[in-house]
Design a protein. Sequence first.
Length: 135
Amino acid sequence: FKILCIFFMMSLIGGIYLLFFGPKDEKYFYGIVGIIFMSVFTFYQDFITATFRTQESFAKLAIINLIHAAVNLVTILLIVYFFYYGLVLKSVIVLLVYVLFLHYHRPFKVKLKFDSINYKKLINCFKIIIIIMIR
């Protein structure tokens, strides 16, 4: 649940940045959206990668890394055809596919559970962040 809270906070902070300080140029906007997306999912990717500990888990991780490399190679064509937008799109697609495979084959499958106490703590932390940002 804590990871989900961190995803939510990072996405919210990025969204607020775009809302108030959004760039006028379209390229910058898509670049910032890509960076926010990659920041959020890279955190989750690192967390899940650390849970692969057994020999069986490493075998799954090796296959996932081969798929990651293949997707990375194929999506290079996006850069050739769409230039900057292709670079942003390639980065997002590669990360999304990698994280989806990691999530699907994760060693510890824990179901999501809503906890109102943690939710209240998250909201209180968000209030503090807003107050700090306003100052």
